[in-house]
Design a protein around this ligand. Structure first.
Ligand code: DC
Length: 224
């Protein structure tokens, strides 16, 4: 049995998963993997190359041509798609609008899960996403399931996106989140759901420091 520690963080869009995952990884000197960035990079490739999402041959061919890599600098996500840094582009609206549909494709999930499992094989990692505690690492030592009030989530995401998207409205962000929540929880392939043994973390009224402390209280006992 491997002795590395996996912290799996799942939850709805924009409820602070990556903020917590990064802070936790930094504090514990674990590797941080943003699994959503992988689905976003695949969605970007599909958009750029007009991949027909109903054409299984095209999808299989595209997946063979997609090479993703993470470069961790100060626990920020730097992801490359075929050696091109795409970390900013994958956060823009065209990708956000498309990513749930791409993440619902069976072949895409099989390939991403395979790569994610490889990353957590022998290293201490924190990985965030939608199916990390249920599918990718069902035996993770710590599973957190994050949630927060949808209005608060939309406001947080809006503030984050505004500097690079000055014309965007709060309503658009709210709609996009509602759409993604619906798509993520109702899709056939690995829908977002809480693992039976996941700890619920509702951070509506918590500061980033408070949610970090909540998670550390669970993880630190494993390290002694
Ligand atoms: O966490 P995020 O918003 O960057 O994720 C982008 C999309 O990818 C989101 O709509 C759900 C999907 N996703 C997924 O299906 N499984 C994961 N493990 C991570 C993300």
């Amino acid at each position: 049995m491997s002795s590395n520690i996996v912290v799996a963080i799942d939850g709805y869009s924009s409820c602070g998963k990556s903020t917590l995952a990064k802070a936790l990884a930094k504090k514990l000197h674990f590797i941080y993997v943003d699994s959503g960035a992988m689905y976003r990079a695949v969605a970007l490739y599909f958009l750029r190359n007009n991949i027909d999402m109903h054409n299984h041959d095209q999808i299989a061919e595209a997946l063979k041509n997609i090479h993703l890599n993470f470069h961790s600098r100060d626990y920020q996500t730097h992801i490359t798609l075929n050696d091109e840094e795409v970390s900013d582009e994958i956060r823009q609206m065209p990708v956000s609008d498309k990513v749930s549909a791409v993440a619902a494709i069976h072949e895409v999930r099989v390939e991403m899960v395979r790569q994610q499992q490889r990353m957590g094989k022998s290293k201490n990692i924190v990985m965030d996403g939608r199916d990390i505690g249920t599918v990718v690492f069902p035996h993770a030592q710590i599973k957190l399931f994050m949630t927060a009030d949808p209005k608060i989530r939309a406001e947080r995401r809006y503030k984050e996106l505004l500097p690079t998207n000055p014309t965007m409205t709060l309503e658009e962000v709210f709609e996009n989140l509602a759409h993604r929540d619906y798509a993520d929880t109702t899709r056939k392939e690995s829908p977002l759901t809480r693992a039976d043994d996941a700890i619920i973390l509702d951070n509506t009224d918590l500061t980033p420091d408070e949610q970090l402390q909540f998670a550390l209280d669970w993880v630190e006992p494993l390290l002694v």
